[in-house]
Design a protein around this ligand. Sequence first.
Ligand code: PMP
Length: 413
Amino acid sequence: MIDPAKIRKDFPILSRRVRGKPLVYLDNAATTQKPRAVIESLVSFYERHNANVHRGVHELSEEATNLVETTRAKVASLIGARHAHCVIFTRNTTESINLVAHAWGRKFLKEGDEILLTEIEHHSNLVPWQMIAREKGVKLRFIPLAHDGTLDVDSARQMLSPRIKLIAFSALSNALGSVSPIDKILAMARSIGAKTLIDAAQWAPHRPIDVRAWSCDFLAFSAHKMLGPTGIGVLYGKEDILEAMDPFLGGGDMIRQVFLDHSTYNVLPYKFEAGTPNIADAAAFDAAIDYLRGVGFDEIERHERALLGRALSVLGSMPEVEMYGPKDLDRQACLVSFNIAGLHPHDASTAIDLEGIAVRAGHHCCQPLMAKLKIPGTVRASFYLYNTLEEIDLLAAAVSKAARFFKKEEAIA
Ligand code: PMP
């Protein structure tokens, strides 16, 4: 069983005080804190191994190259990819999805085709498709939000047609915490021969991934949401599809031979990694994966279930709190999204911040979802392996204080 007190000792920032109180960090869906091993790995890279990769034959360059390639192999094993060369390093989930939209979408989509997304997508898995749809004359369709905060896959079945060339969806919603019916959506895609892209930005930090079991065509996630550094993300793609795609960016490293009038391209994964990559952060991502594996995803899931259970019960029992999402431990994970009656989410989160508690407020990069729910946004408290049940209680106390304060203000007015 996870002992958060022990785990917290590995995260230097968690001993900080904020607004005169011990920091309660509940904004993990935005980015997570980093264990000492990741911070030390970054420092060690710059102190001992710093050089450019895949270029020099000198010792330092070989060391730097080995560090990046070791992480690539570790990511491949983490997600069950058969080949490390199917793991492409990007800056983040956003860049990974843009890479697919531009390099796959431009080449393989044509006028009249359709892309099926969902109403709960993060802007990262919506705007790139809008851009490519406008350029290519492609229609976007959407799996609707169901009344219980999950996805209405049954009504999506009626939309299925051979015109749909891609189904792109998030495995876990960053705005509601709802777990998508991943297997059902993948089966729908298979039934019409559509390619699939899973936005695993929120899933990868919390649950295991097996791309071979899912048999998805693309998968995207960010290191910074799973204890790793910022600036390093992953795109996994099936080998034959990546081979068939043209490069996204042109420049150094992604070429084999360059002539004045044309070039030939490098092999995977380098074809998609133009220019000097984010070497230090790729190297340090390795330590984050080791840390997560050391704790174990089963343990992480069990701990987060306990945190979510407590949050749903304490916040759910407050009459002034409205919760969004499934509110069910089997269909929701890792976060709660709510509003306090009469308070704008930004004001609520400012009041919560005064107690030293970091939550996020706003539309969470899901404006269409907020429009559908007819709200300006929500307050989101998102958990990770170092959070404690006591911190959930502190959040509940801060929410209750904010609600009481607002009621008093209202009475005075
Ligand atoms: N998709 C989802 C579901 C997310 O939660 C996020 C980050 N909030 C992203 C995509 C984008 O991730 P990044 O900012 O690291 O590119």
